[in-house]
Design a protein around this ligand. Structure first.
Ligand SMILES: [Mg+2]
Length: 186
């Protein structure tokens, strides 16, 4: 009986209560492939939006990008992670259209060189990188960085992030909210 129960428990763990393959890890975060699907869904229409904005002929258009789990697959691929493929594809569209990529991160200045190296190795064409000051609250840093980009002459036609702190405040046109699964992806 004990063995039968053990088998049943193992089956339940493997298949999930509904009998479907287990998609989530112990923290409730889905598999990498599910995440990539969710990212794709969140970015639906983003290429068309960039094209429409670029048609205006305005100069200085830019996409404001959060880094961790918005540009770089940090959660799923670790410290030396590369680009999120769907975001890199959008970055290529931006490049073609002459829309700049400006990166806005909660990482602090101590990580500047490493971050630039990582973004470049991932294939991003970095027009600007603005980082959080030591001790600065994340939403404050994000807004300060957007304000700085605007002061430099950029118009932020899209804001791509995966946390509410990426979107608090203003200075951008369209928000693309990538998943964070209850705050698990920073
Ligand atoms: Mg993030």
């Amino acid at each position: 009986m004990k063995q039968v129960l053990t088998v049943l428990v193992l089956l339940t763990v493997a298949l999930g209560p509904g009998g479907a393959p287990a998609a989530a890890d112990e923290r409730g975060v889905p598999s990498r492939s599910e995440w990539l699907k969710d990212v794709k869904q969140a970015l639906k229409g983003s290429g068309d939006h960039l094209r429409e904005r670029a048609e205006s002929g305005e100069t200085g258009l830019a996409v404001n990008l959060d880094i961790d789990n918005s540009s770089i697959a940090s959660y799923y691929d670790g410290d030396d992670a590369g680009a999120i493929p769907r975001v890199l594809r959008l970055a290529a569209v931006a490049d073609e259209l002459g829309v700049a990529l400006v990166f806005n991160t909660g990482r602090t200045n101590a990580q500047r060189t490493r971050t630039l190296d990582q973004l470049e190795a991932a294939g991003y064409d970095v027009a600007a990188l603005c980082m959080r000051k030591k001790g600065e609250a994340i939403p404050h840093g994000k807004q300060r960085c957007r304000d700085r980009f605007i002061a430099q002459g950029y118009t932020l036609v899209a804001n791509i992030g995966n946390n509410p702190t990426d979107f608090t405040g203003d200075g951008y046109e369209k928000a693309y909210r990538l998943p964070n699964y209850g705050g698990e992806l920073g």
